[in-house]
Design a protein around this ligand. Structure first.
Ligand SMILES: [Zn+2]
Length: 97
């Protein structure tokens, strides 16, 4: 059996979507703060914009964590990731219960 393929089949689509959103907010925040550093933009408006982007990232991260907390599929994958190398049907069965 191919363990990697098996893990992939179990990946949660909702998690993937939320993770992408999270990554996108983080990228926006990083890019914007890097841009401000380069242009020495540090006025009140710039500070507010950075705070807004930071809050956007924090929000999507919270949404992602909440999803993982209540999604059985994600919890199963998380458990399996901890057990990589010793993945077996027993691990799976233990994860479901
Ligand atoms: Zn999920």
């Amino acid at each position: 059996m191919n363990d990697e393929l098996y893990l992939e089949a179990l990946l949660c689509e909702e998690y993937e979507k939320l993770l992408k959103e999270c990554q996108r907010s983080l990228d926006q925040w990083n890019e914007r703060s890097e841009g401000m550093r380069q242009t020495h933009e540090n006025g009140e408006a710039a500070g507010r914009e950075l705070l807004r982007l930071q809050a956007g990232f924090a929000k999507s991260y919270t949404v992602l964590q909440r999803h993982v907390e209540r999604c059985q599929q994600c919890q199963l994958v998380a458990r399996m990731n901890q057990n990589i190398g010793q993945l077996s049907m027993d691990t799976l069965a233990a994860g479901v219960n």
